[in-house]
Design a protein around this ligand. Structure first.
Ligand code: ZN
Length: 283
């Protein structure tokens, strides 16, 4: 099942268009994506029984490009991110992969829809293609074996980064450097966990102006998806709708020789196999 945020309302994405969950269920479910994620099992049961017969479908010629798509969760309580979680990316940044997950925050006001434009805030504004986890059941002290079960689904994200602010001092300033306006675009929709057999076997790519800079697989993560979820939950209670950016593979602008950074008018296209594509322009 794929769930998106269309004009602020939770919808199921079908091949023929979008089904408004609140309308089609005659009010049984809330239009809020957060509420739908918290009731995902009930929504799925309803969808399998009733939704195939729903004819009130909002169609779009090119669903992924719809400018009406918002962030997959409109107001998550927390957005975590993992730094340096691919060995080849740590190496291109001149850093050693951390011995335990390096967690920072992307603050909620940086969240944006899958086609949002983001500002060039410094001469070193960079891209980072990332797999994003959407927490479902959540909880505290989640054991490694239970960690996948805490996830509702997956989507594509860009961890847009202001390297000037990120690296301005020592120690580094990750959270603010990655939290400017629209620096956390996600989408195009949530693909529920049952449709992804292994989140650590997904091809992940990023193109800038049609040139492929990142082309890797989530298999190369230092800390796997279950390890990240379990680790964060030992400190922070994970709640339905929370997002976790899981780190970026090699091929970011900072890692090019010489480095390449984004400029106004650039097109950033991020794709994860099976999860879709997000398109974000630098403005
Ligand atoms: Zn990142």
């Amino acid at each position: 099942m794929r769930i998106a945020n269309l004009d602020g309302r939770a919808v199921i994405v079908r091949d023929d268009g979008f089904v408004d969950i609140a309308t089609a269920s005659q009010g049984r479910f809330s239009p809020s994506t957060l509420a739908v994620i918290a009731q995902l099992d009930d929504v799925r049961a309803w969808f399998e029984l009733e939704a195939p017969g729903v004819t009130t479908v909002i169609t779009s010629d090119e669903l992924e490009c719809s400018s009406q798509l918002g962030p997959v969760v409109a107001a998550p309580s927390q957005i975590f991110a993992v730094g340096l979680n691919y060995r080849t990316h740590a190496a291109e940044m001149g850093l050693t992969p951390p011995a335990q997950p390096m967690i920072f925050a992307k603050f909620a006001s940086s969240l944006a829809g899958p086609n949002a434009a983001f500002p060039i805030v410094s001469p070193r504004t960079d891209w980072e293609a990332e797999l994003v986890l959407v927490i479902g059941r959540g909880g505290r002290d989640i054991a490694l074996d239970d960690a996948l079960g805490a996830i509702a689904g997956y989507c594509v994200g860009q961890d847009v980064s202001d390297r000037d602010l990120q690296m301005a001092g020592s120690p580094a300033q990750f959270s603010l450097g990655k939290s400017h306006r629209n620096f956390a675009p996600v989408g195009p929709w949530i693909t529920t966990r049952d449709e992804v057999s292994d989140p650590n076997r997904l091809r992940i790519e990023c193109q800038v102006n049609g040139v492929t800079f990142q082309d890797s697989t989530t298999q190369d993560m230092v800390f796997t998806v279950p390890e990240i979820v379990s680790y964060v939950s030992m400190v922070c209670e994970l709640r339905p709708g929370d997002l976790i950016f899981t780190g970026s593979p090699h091929g970011v602008g900072q890692g090019q020789k010489p480095p390449v950074f984004l400029r106004s008018g650039d097109h950033v296209v991020t794709t994860i196999a099976g999860l879709g594509t997000i398109r974000n322009d630098a403005e």
